[in-house]
Design a protein around this ligand. Structure first.
Ligand code: MF3
Ligand code: CO
Length: 270
């Protein structure tokens, strides 16, 4: 998608500015997570996220993006990504992915999580959500070795294993002065390992997995992406900065310290 476009490298000061967008993105998503319950409409959830971004002095990078009509993407069950929040109400056991981003002083954040509403319908849904989350952190941790951007996809693929499908045709991306920038960050292993991982790179890493196949369709609204086989899907995403001193997960309040420790990766202090 981005071909050989140049990669925007950030100064430490610019990464600090991106941290503010990252924390506001996190706050918006957390407020939505806290509001998830049977009976709540996706439109109400979108309004909650929008209000947090507004009150925090940010703007939504999704709203108006190629005409996108909402602040968040809320994708339920067989919807993988880009679900438009409307009058649908959540039910017990729904698998719901919430994706959002804030812009603060021109710098972008982008993050997503998947949660199950109330009691899981079956253990396979829990495995779907947890394995996809684990794959996100494995992909982030892979940046610490300062190899190639393609190492992320290899780590994601290994962490997903063969019990889930990795959605075809959707990727992570560079992020900074725009939401979607070079380089593309694949969620699977390829021979061409891509650009070198360098300090100043900021990447949005976002594995999308299904309980079935890897194929998807886009609905007539031209946004909603569903699995072709109707299987349920999960989507997790963080915005990550590569610094001289180490990795900093800008959309995680602790910078990723707790999750990355499990991979033997230390996050710099302060
Ligand atoms: N946040 C999505 C991504 O992770 C992009 C959403 S585009 C929108 O890259 F138009 F739907 F907002
Ligand atoms: Co993204």
């Amino acid at each position: 998608m981005f071909g050989r476009e140049r990669i925007e490298l950030k100064t430490p000061e610019q990464v600090l500015a991106m941290r503010r967008a990252g924390l506001l993105t996190h706050a918006a998503l957390e407020s939505v997570r806290a509001a998830l319950r049977p009976g709540v409409s996706l439109r109400e959830l979108d309004a909650i996220g929008a209000e947090v971004i507004r009150a925090g002095g940010g703007t939504s990078n999704f709203l108006g993006y190629h005409g996108y009509p909402a602040t968040l993407c809320i994708s339920v069950n067989e919807v993988v990504v880009h679900g438009i929040p409307g009058e649908q109400v959540l039910a017990e056991g729904d698998v719901v992915s919430v994706d959002g981003g804030a812009v603060v002083d021109g710098w972008h954040g982008d993050s997503a999580f998947t949660a199950i509403v109330g009691e899981p319908a079956d253990p396979g849904d829990v495995e779907l959500v947890e394995t996809t989350r684990r794959a996100l952190w494995a992909g982030i941790a892979a940046l610490d070795a300062r190899g190639r951007v393609g190492d992320v996809g290899a780590a994601v693929e290994d962490a997903v294993g063969d019990r889930l499908g990795i959605v075809d045709g959707y990727t992570g991306h560079g992020i900074g002065t725009a939401m979607h920038m070079a380089p593309e960050v694949l969620n699977h292993r390829v021979r061409e390992r891509g650009p070198r991982v360098r300090p100043g790179m900021c990447l949005a890493i976002e594995p999308m997995c299904t309980r079935g196949g890897v194929e998807t369709d886009v609905l007539a609204d031209e946004w909603t992406v569903v699995t072709s086989d109707g299987s349920r899907a999960a989507h997790w995403e963080h915005t990550v900065a590569v610094l001289d001193e180490g990795l900093w997960v800008l959309t995680a309040p602790d910078g990723g310290a707790a999750e990355l420790a499990a991979f033997g990766v230390q996050v710099p202090e302060g």
